[in-house]
Design a protein around this ligand. Structure first.
Ligand SMILES: C[S@@+](CC[C@H](N)C(=O)[O-])C[C@H]1O[C@@H](n2cnc3c(N)ncnc32)[C@H](O)[C@@H]1O
Length: 247
């Protein structure tokens, strides 16, 4: 997968060059390219923004440098990219959306700043708009890093496929609890089944715990799932009707 990121602040992308994203690039499974929008700016100051037509506060990233940048970056690889603009007005990012995008070989992520980008770019060159939540950040850099990180860990071979398959949202449920040594910490013991070495029982316990975790913390996720009869029995065993979702 190749990710091209168009930004006014390439220097803040350090998290994409550490830990798992860094390993993904070293192993050539992922290529992340940062492009400074100012390289397509006007004049000595490489200007890319101007005041909004109609007046009002803030600046707008102009259509001309942004269009030139998107086209130039698009032509840097023979695979045509999907162009994504990160904006609070976009489709909310979910694991399902990340999974859909992870199948694409190439994405261009456009980071806005100030009041955003000229609307005509959204109409003509942007294929998709994504939001990382209903709040407003100063720029699209953090959202682009959030999306890039979520995508990179789904690229085959980047992390253990079994661990991806079990993670929160992948199965529609939240993950089960995890424990490591010591077996007793400040009087709190690890559930005995995890020390039993009995794989069948451990698997069953993990499924139960994932169901309960979801029922307690995100009951809305359960409503969207087609639960088996056994899952339903488990839930009513631990949460009799009327007991509420809990803390
Ligand atoms: C201050 S915001 C502009 C907000 C815009 N005027 C609005 O009210 O919709 C500047 C840039 O930050 C990015 N941004 C801010 N919040 C975001 C979010 N929740 N999700 C994705 N991108 C966001 C976008 O790229 C946006 O162009």
């Amino acid at each position: 997968m190749r990710l091209d990121i168009l930004t006014l602040f390439p220097e803040i992308f350090a998290p994409l060059f550490a830990s798992i994203p860094a390993r993904a690039q070293t192993s050539s499974r992922v290529q992340v390219e940062l492009h400074n929008l100012r390289d397509w700016g006007r004049g000595r100051h490489r200007q890319v923004d101007d005041v909004p037509f109609g007046g009002g506060p803030g600046m707008v990233i102009q259509a001309e440098p942004l269009a030139a940048a998107i086209r130039a970056v698009g032509a840097m690889d023979p695979r045509p990219p999907r162009v994504i603009y990160l904006t609070p007005q976009g489709t909310p990012l979910t694991q399902t959306l990340v999974e859909e995008l992870a199948d694409r070989p190439r994405l261009v992520l456009v980071c806005g700043h100030y009041e955003g980008i000229d609307e005509r770019i959204r109409e003509s060159l942007v294929d998709q708009e994504i939001s990382i939540g209903d709040y407003v950040l100063s720029g699209g850099e953090l959202p682009a890093m959030v999306l890039a990180d979520a995508l990179i860990r789904l690229v085959p071979g980047v992390i253990d496929s079994e661990s991806v398959a079990r993670e929160s949202f992948s199965t529609g449920l939240l993950d089960h609890p995890h424990y490591s040594r010591p077996a007793v910490f400040e009087g709190l013991s690890v559930p005995e089944v995890l020390l039993s070495g009995h794989h069948g029982r451990i698997e069953e316990w993990r499924r139960e715990q994932a169901l309960l975790n979801t029922a307690r913390r995100r009951p809305d996720l359960l409503e969207a799932l087609d639960l088996s009869q056994r899952d339903r029995e488990l839930l009513t065993r631990f949460q009799p009707p009327g007991s509420g979702p809990g803390p």
